[in-house]
Design a protein around this ligand. Structure first.
Ligand SMILES: Nc1ncnc2c1ncn2[C@@H]1O[C@H](COP(=O)(O)OP(=O)(O)O)[C@@H](O)[C@H]1O
Ligand SMILES: [Mg+2]
Length: 255
């Protein structure tokens, strides 16, 4: 069954078609990557799926239910979580607080009740802390829990951001260029982590420039070019696709 369906989605910015009638489906429990050169429309597509933008046209269905135009927190409540191309951590908080902040988006009592220290909120706070610590263990950052998040290396901050997404217990996780800025060892760690997540049933939709990461991880690859989907298939199929290869030979780097 497909957890996500994107149907003829179009996003226009002042006459520019940043995303042009793009359609695809993501099957539950798979890793799907969206690749394409800068300006292809990858981030815009993520912004539409996660509710940052309402598309000019088309539908986005999460488990068969239309979600286009939803606010990001509404989609988060339905099990869709994302990370951003540029790190979006709270620089004044510790690593643990950053990861816990992810969970506040979906706890019943929310941020304010927790600030007021209501009993129900306190119980949730404890649960949130436990879950956040377990996510930090899974990304290998538990020793750094109490440190300011800014004391971590760039790669470690990326992992902290993924831990913050994991604490939401998403069914569908959108990651925008998670490997960018990582060193080779960190990339290997990332691939292992995402595989583990997939194996626990999380569906992953990825925008990624790093082709090794894409080819190692993906069940399917979608290629965008100037807002359009020009190819879709398994990593092996994409590597042999004529249009994708032509885009390379045309001097345009596709990824
Ligand atoms: N908020 C915006 N307003 C106007 N144009 C935008 C906006 N966001 C993206 N674009 C344009 O849409 C196109 C696709 O951008 P983007 O989705 O960021 O591509 P990618 O992530 O593949 O590099 C680009 O031409 C970009 O300049
Ligand atoms: Mg982008």
């Amino acid at each position: 069954m497909s957890i996500l369906e994107v149907r003829e989605v179009t996003q226009e910015f002042g006459g520019l078609l940043a995303v042009d009638k793009v359609s695809f489906q993501v099957q539950e429990g798979t890793v799907v990557s969206v690749i394409g050169p800068n300006g292809a429309g990858k981030t815009t597509l993520f912004n539409i799926i996660s509710g940052v933008y309402a598309p000019t046209a088309g539908q986005v269905l999460l488990r068969g239910k239309e979600i286009q135009g939803n606010k990001p927190f509404q989609s988060a409540g339905l099990g869709l979580t994302r990370t951003f191309q540029n790190l979006q951590l709270f620089s004044r908080m510790t690593v643990l607080e950053n990861v816990m902040a992810g969970r506040h988006l979906r706890t019943a009592s929310g941020f304010f009740a927790s600030a007021l220290r209501l009993p129900q909120a306190m119980r949730e706070e404890r649960l949130t802390r436990e879950k956040a610590i377990s996510c930090l263990q899974r990304v290998g950052l538990e020793e750094y829990a109490e440190r300011p998040v800014t004391s971590l290396s760039f790669g470690e901050q990326r992992l902290a951001e993924i831990a913050r997404a994991m604490v939401m217990e998403p069914a569908l996780l959108l990651l925008d260029e998670p490997a960018s800025g990582l060193n080779p060892a960190e990339k290997i760690q990332l691939v292992g982590l995402l595989r583990q997540l997939r194996d626990t049933g999380v569906t992953i939709l990825l925008v990624e420039h790093d082709m090794n990461t894409v080819m190692e991880l993906s069940d399917r690859v979608i290629v965008l070019y100037l807002g359009r989907k020009i190819a879709e298939g398994t990593p092996a199929e994409i590597q042999q696709d004529e249009m994708v290869v032509a885009a390379y030979l045309g001097g345009e780097k596709i990824c």
